[in-house]
Design a protein around this ligand. Structure first.
Ligand SMILES: Cc1cc2nc3c(=O)[nH]c(=O)nc-3n(C[C@H](O)[C@H](O)[C@H](O)COP(=O)(O)OP(=O)(O)OC[C@H]3O[C@@H](n4cnc5c(N)ncnc54)[C@H](O)[C@@H]3O)c2cc1C
Length: 391
């Protein structure tokens, strides 16, 4: 592609969705990805199962990504039940109470990535170059330039970095980030079970580790164990039968007998919040802007909200002949407003509910009891997922 309107670095689910969204407005993007094509075209199962909100589903539908997902692998999330320590008290979030069939939907990450790639390459005005390494970013009043390891230079009016929470481009652009290393690791693994999950997710903030069981299509759930990173290798080394037995014990038999139904994958947990989402001829989207702890399941949802906002602001600026800088500023402000409270709230929840010391244990119990007695709070959280009441 000669003279693209945009260079996007990173063909993960955020970069691919952005290229597709912009192509629908006639904007031509050149996507640069460091991995080989096969890893983007047919990504391997990575154990992540992504909970998507109603707003995200709407965005994915508008981009033709949702329609490309294998429909039999989409699982509705009807209810979420949160419990704490050994307490029998449960905090429920139920979509039906709010007039919805589901709080959201769970989709395997590799299927999302596959569908996002298919939608992007089927879009007129999107080119993907794989196996590419960027070595420098330069900007002047007229254009942004990316220099590649192979020696070439690419120019465009705008560069967008969608190159993960550890974004190299963010650093090249001189944008810092607040990083919160939780010192913990998430171990994810598909498990089969004797009893049907009925679309219910269980989030058990136990003492020692956290266990989430997320309903997948069929009689299968995604088990997510989070624990201090120095204990991860022990859990990863367990025989399948022992791993399944631990999940069964910790879920207190709610799903009956558990069996392992997939490989275990591990993810060290680091929250990242960029100091700025945009600067001269440069913007951040996806995890490069906001990298969330997975407990509140917002990472890719935020990525899609950012894609929607950036695409809208760029289109509005073009039709009103406003400068690019104004569009980037509008994107950055709105995305910050949409994400910062939940980023900080998620980190606070994780910090409290992974603290097993006596005062924290008391506070954890109290928070859950208060939340149970405050139906408006639960309604607010439920609506944040279903999108009810959004303007
Ligand atoms: C265990 C777990 C569970 C999760 N659950 C949920 C959930 O329920 N709901 C939810 O919304 N989110 C969830 N997430 C978060 C979600 O997976 C991420 O937000 C999402 O994958 C981020 O997409 P991205 O495209 O921004 O980044 P990535 O998926 O990290 O993709 C970045 C791409 O950029 C490429 N790249 C990196 N550096 C360069 C470079 N220098 N040059 C060229 N290419 C580069 C990489 O190869 C990659 O292809 C979860 C995450 C984890 C770990």
């Amino acid at each position: 592609m000669t003279h693209p309107d945009l260079l996007i670095v990173g063909a993960g689910p955020a970069g691919l969705a952005l290229a597709t969204a912009l192509a629908r407005q006639g904007t031509r993007s050149l996507l640069l990805e460091q991995q080989p094509l096969a890893a983007i075209e047919h990504p391997e199962e990575d154990g992540r199962d992504i909970a998507l909100t109603h707003r995200s589903r709407g965005i994915l539908e508008s981009l033709g990504i949702w329609q490309r997902l294998p429909q039999q692998e989409i699982a509705p999330l009807v209810e979420a039940r949160v419990s704490n320590g050994g307490s029998p008290l449960v905090l429920p979030f139920d979509a039906r109470g709010d007039g919805h069939e589901a709080l959201g939907w769970l989709v395997p990450n590799h299927r999302l990535r596959e569908a996002a790639h298919a939608a992007a390459i089927d879009s007129a005005g999107v080119e993907l170059r794989t196996g590419v390494r960027v070595t420098a970013l330069e900007r002047d009043a007229n254009q942004a330039t990316l220099r590649l390891e192979a020696g070439a230079a690419l120019h465009a009016p705008l560069v967008v970095a969608a190159d993960s929470r550890h974004s190299t481009l963010r650093r090249m652009a001189g944008i810092g980030a607040q990083m919160h290393d939780f010192g913990r690791t998430a171990i994810v693994c598909r498990v089969g079970h004797e009893r049907a999950h009925e679309g219910v997710a269980l989030e058990c903030f136990r003492y020692g580790n956290t266990l989430a069981l997320l309903p997948m299509a069929g009689q299968v759930s995604s088990a997510v164990v989070t624990l201090d990173s120095d204990r991860a290798s022990e859990w990863l080394a367990l025989a399948d039968t022992e791993f399944a037995a631990r999940i069964e014990r910790q879920s207190e038999g709610r799903l009956g007998a558990i069996t392992v139904a997939g490989r275990r994958h591990s993810y060290p947990l680091v929250g990242v919040y960029a100091h700025r989402f945009a600067s001269d001829r440069f913007a951040l989207v996806g995890d490069a802007a906001v990298g969330m702890h997975p407990v509140t399941a917002h990472g890719y949802n935020f990525g899609l909200y950012g894609v929607e906002t950036l695409a809208r602001e760029l289109a509005a600026a073009r039709s009103a002949a406003r400068p690019l800088a104004a569009a980037l500023q509008a994107y950055a402000s709105e995305h910050r407003r949409a994400t910062l409270p939940i980023y900080l709230g998620t980190n606070a929840i994780v910090t409290l509910f992974t603290d097993d010391r006596a005062p924290a244990r008391l506070l954890r119990g109290a928070v859950l009891r208060v939340a149970r007695r405050l139906p408006p709070l639960r309604t607010l959280i439920t609506r944040q997922l279903t999108g009810a009441g959004r303007a």
